[in-house]
Design a protein around this ligand. Structure first.
Ligand SMILES: Cc1cc2nc3c(=O)[nH]c(=O)nc-3n(C[C@H](O)[C@H](O)[C@H](O)COP(=O)(O)OP(=O)(O)OC[C@H]3O[C@@H](n4cnc5c(N)ncnc54)[C@H](O)[C@@H]3O)c2cc1C
Ligand code: SF4
Ligand code: SF4
Length: 459
């Protein structure tokens, strides 16, 4: 089997679009019925195309790893940690202007940075994600934003698969320098493609990442909407906002808002929507379970949520940021002096506290998934070597990690069946047993941890 068939056939594609860039006439990338991007080959790759594919596909198992990039990109004087990769600073904060902060998902520092890059003439455009009009490509799409006013429409986190395959030509013909925003695998993807394409390499000056627990299929948006406006109204949805802030509650008490094509806007608190616990991994692309880069190790900077005390209780939202680029650090320092932004300097411990579950699932959890694939003699994208030297399989959580993969897999087809039946209870009845088993495993793990801690402190 060739590498393309392994990655796509076994379901490990994340939809970046690099294979289409290798051979635009041979590859078509479209959403499948489960709301995941799936490339299709019209005729086989020739030997040269296959070699290029292996180099540019982040899940081929043959492309450059984050560790190899990190050695090339960063100064040895940066700090190193096996969770964060190389990094210079950890900051926790947000923009000072209340209205601007409300309009962003977290502290608003991602938009602040790209606004400054544009305003200072350091770039001429930003490749990021905007709402699309409802079409076969879902609710969001990659675009290039080249004005400060345009950046007002591109704020907010989109928990929704995207691909840059349809704007590669636009990027190539763009007149000027660009900043690219993406989840960590997309930062790696665009760097991989840039190595094969000097025009792209010259144009993209800054690589800006978002912390990523995992991505969600388009069906996730529809699932959320089904609990807000009913599964039979899904076709009427023309917008979704995953994070509307409630100014009277903690940052994690945000609402999800759906816009219908009759102008109505309906919302519900995320925590009141069934099974929005990200630990369950519903509607997750399979690739996400074989990716261990949580901290955007090959990005100049990465932005996430500071889910730590006292910041998490601020309804306006607060970012946690890891920097690896002095020009970007200078922008933040200048912003601090002018009062446009506020931040405190922190360290690795705070990142761990804010993203602990994510690191566990993606590092030791990956070792469980790999062991299982080996036992079953199945193909999977080989993780980077350092995963094996830095982390150990955790026997107590092994079954929990494997259960999550089963839940993810089942969720895609269960929702297709529910949509066909026009009845969300079809989804619940197919998923109930899996979800209950998961929570049983999770409870017994938590008990073990508690009794271990009691033993350790001699109580
Ligand atoms: C799929 C996904 C999973 C995430 N998981 C976590 C997590 O586990 N832990 C955590 O702390 N943070 C996570 N984040 C990041 C978090 O939700 C915020 O996006 C981040 O803190 C930046 O907030 P902000 O207020 O600075 O951004 P804003 O000022 O709101 O700007 C966000 C920018 O990101 C761009 N953008 C949004 N979605 C995407 C996307 N899918 N792909 C590329 N660009 C995009 C927007 O176009 C905009 O330019 C995730 C984000 C995404 C998209
Ligand atoms: S991950 Fe990217 S390069 Fe690999 S098959 Fe999917 S779209 Fe193509
Ligand atoms: S978890 Fe990894 S593979 Fe999945 S979207 Fe995030 S960065 Fe990409």
């Amino acid at each position: 089997m060739d590498e393309f068939s392994k990655v796509v056939g076994e379901g490990f594609c994340i939809g970046c679009g690099n294979c289409k860039a290798v051979s635009p006439m041979k590859v078509d990338i479209k959403l499948n019925e489960m709301g995941l991007y799936k490339p299709k080959l019209n005729s086989s790759f020739n030997r040269k195309e296959n070699e290029s594919f292996i180099k540019v596909c982040p899940f081929s198992g043959g492309s450059k790893s984050e560790d190899e990039y990190s050695d090339e990109l960063y100064n040895e004087n940066l700090h190193y940690s096996n969770l964060l990769g190389r990094y210079n600073k950890v900051l926790v904060g947000g923009v000072s202007n209340k209205q601007k902060r409300i309009a962003s998902s977290s502290g608003g520092l991602t938009t602040y940075l790209v606004e400054k890059l544009l305003a200072n003439g350091m770039v001429d455009g930003v490749i990021n994600v905007s709402p699309s009009t409802r079409n076969s490509d879902g609710f969001f799409e990659y675009t290039i934003t080249d004005s400060l006013s345009g950046l007002n429409n591109t704020k907010k986190s989109r928990y929704h698969v995207v691909t840059y395959s349809n704007i590669i030509d636009v990027i190539m013909s763009f007149n000027g320098r660009l900043a690219f925003i993406g989840v960590p695998c997309f930062i790696k993807s665009i760097r991989l493609l840039s190595e094969e394409n000097t025009i792209l390499k010259e144009k993209i000056k800054y690589h800006i990442a978002l912390f990523c627990g995992h991505q969600k299929s388009v069906a996730y948006s529809e699932y959320l909407a089904s609990q807000i406006c009913g599964i039979n109204n899904i076709e009427k949805i023309d917008s979704i906002d995953f994070r509307v802030k409630d100014l009277d509650a903690n940052a994690d008490q945000y609402l999800i808002e759906v816009g219908l094509n009759n102008g109505e806007r309906l919302s519900k608190r995320a925590k009141e929507i069934r099974w929005t616990d990200w630990g369950l991994g519903l509607f997750k692309p399979k690739a996400c379970d074989y990716c261990d880069d949580v901290a955007g190790e090959v990005a100049d900077v990465i932005f996430g949520d500071a889910w730590i005390k006292p910041y998490a209780s601020d309804p306006l939202g607060t970012n946690i940021v890891i920097t690896r680029n002095t020009e970007i650090e200078n922008i933040f320092e200048t912003g601090l002096l002018s009062g446009e932004i506020k931040f405190d300097e922190k360290g690795e411990a705070e990142v761990l506290q804010a993203q602990g579950g994510n690191f566990r699932h993606r590092k030791e959890g990956l070792l469980s998934r790999v062991e299982h694939k080996e036992k079953e003699n199945m193909w999977y994208p080989k993780p980077r070597k350092s995963l094996y030297s830095n982390f150990k399989l955790n026997k107590s959580r092994h079954q929990l990690y494997l259960k999550r993969e089963i839940i993810t897999d089942a969720s895609h087809s269960a929702f297709v069946a529910a949509k066909l039946a026009g009845d969300i209870s079809v989804f619940y009845s197919r998923m109930d047993e899996h979800v209950n088993d998961y929570y049983k495993l999770n409870r017994s793990f938590k008990k073990e941890v508690k009794s271990f801690i009691k033993k350790m402190i001699g109580k």
